[in-house]
Design a binder for this molecule. Structure first.
Ligand code: ZN
Length: 377
């Protein structure tokens, strides 16, 4: 008999047990369960049930026993009962009189963590003060933010200071992400004494949902049109703890202006955020990547550069001498799209522009697109 039904039910069961058979859990000589092993494989509750099952002392062969019946034998009634249970499971708890249709939740176009969070919230599984009081962890269940009511899930995510009363009901996707944000805001307030304004929570949720949904759309486009431009040439995320700096520079002859575009990304293809950037300000492992072949060759070459940008090249060579883990490499235009677009955008600004955690909207799309390529490759 295989452990199949039980192992399936338990999350986090290690792969090495997946093909295990029940008799591996039994001490055949003594005819008893190997309790230590059972406790290792199953949760505490499951282990209790397993160890309470009687074992044949005379070594009878395995047999299948039908669940859902008292005598373990098949009957039409038992089959009907089984089918009804299956249907009820498919429908979710809706048949238990819950107001929420679970299928709607799983169909929302939001990240999985948000669905799980929402599921927990709807099942009253979040450690709200009210729930902690019920479990006798704390005595005072009042909301730590407004202090006017007991903190239930509904209060924390919905009615506390009427935070979400303005959100339209049909905007369920945004509501789901906002609720998760509100919960994290509450935790940051309690555990880190950080207070985030409700406006910021909604703003962050909107941006993250927009990015997520834009990525979904682009992912579909990428599937249809996997390559463009020079065959196989695209931006690739750096490996390990390297960061990659893509640059592009040029001149608008018409306006007589010079522009530069620089984008700094990590191994996940994320445009580096302010904090990460600070943490990495030491910049130990860096790849500089640009599509100006002549410049890249000049920087990596031995001979002195006599081009108009020669001074800059010599400067850069000097810096690189002291930075053994910095390198300058060439990539074709197709792999340098973000820097190229930033450079174009830069021509329209008089002063230097720096974007942290975000980009100009027209460039954001390319960042996501290049990330997808990296993920897909
Ligand atoms: Zn409150």
């Amino acid at each position: 008999m295989e452990l199949f039904g039980i192992t399936e039910a338990r999350t986090g069961l290690e792969g090495r047990y997946c093909d295990a058979k029940v008799d591996e859990l039994i001490d055949g000589r003594r005819g008893v369960w190997k309790e230590e092993l059972v406790k290792e494989v199953f949760t505490e509750d499951e282990a209790k049930i397993v160890c309470s099952l009687p074992i044949s002392k005379s070594g009878l062969p395995d047999k299948q026993i039908l669940g859902y019946t008292k005598d373990g034998l098949f009957s039409v009634k038992s089959a009907y009962h089984m089918e009804m249970c299956r249907k009820r499971r498919e429908k979710g708890e809706k048949s238990e009189g819950s107001w929420f249709d679970w299928r709607k939740l799983w169909n929302l176009n939001v990240p999985g963590v948000v669905k799980v969070f929402l599921w927990k919230a709807l099942n009253d599984c979040l450690p709200t003060r009210n729930n902690l009081k019920k479990r006798k962890v704390i005595e005072d269940a009042y909301c730590p933010i407004c202090g006017t009511e007991e903190e239930t899930v509904t209060h924390a995510l919905w009615s506390c200071r009427g935070l979400l009363s303005l959100v339209a009901k049909e905007d369920l996707e945004l509501v789901a992400v906002v609720m998760r944000g509100v919960w994290f805001r509450r935790n940051a307030f309690i555990f880190e004494k950080k207070f985030t304004g409700p406006g910021t929570v909604i703003e962050q949720a909107t941006v993250s949902l927009e990015n997520f949904q834009m990525a979904q759309t682009i992912r579909k486009e990428v599937r249809v049109r996997p390559e463009w431009g020079r065959k196989g040439c695209r931006w690739k995320a750096p490996v390990g703890d390297f960061i990659k700096v893509n640059w592009d520079a040029g001149m608008s002859v018409k306006d007589g202006r010079v522009g530069t575009g620089v984008v700094i990304r990590d191994g996940n293809g994320e445009v580096l955020r302010a904090m990460k950037l600070c943490a990495k300000l030491n910049f130990e492992n860096v790849i500089f990547e640009g599509d100006a072949l002549a410049v890249v060759k000049a920087i990596n070459g031995e001979r002195e550069s006599w081009e108009w940008y020669g001074q800059l090249v010599e400067d850069m060579k000097g810096v690189l001498k002291n930075r053994k883990r910095w390198s300058v490499q060439h990539v074709f235009k197709e792999g340098n799209q973000v820097a190229h677009h930033l450079f174009k955008v830069s021509l329209s600004f008089i002063e230097e522009q720096i974007w942290m955690e975000c980009c100009p909207p027209e460039v954001q799309k390319i960042v996501i697109q290049e990330n997808l390529y990296t993920v897909n490759s």
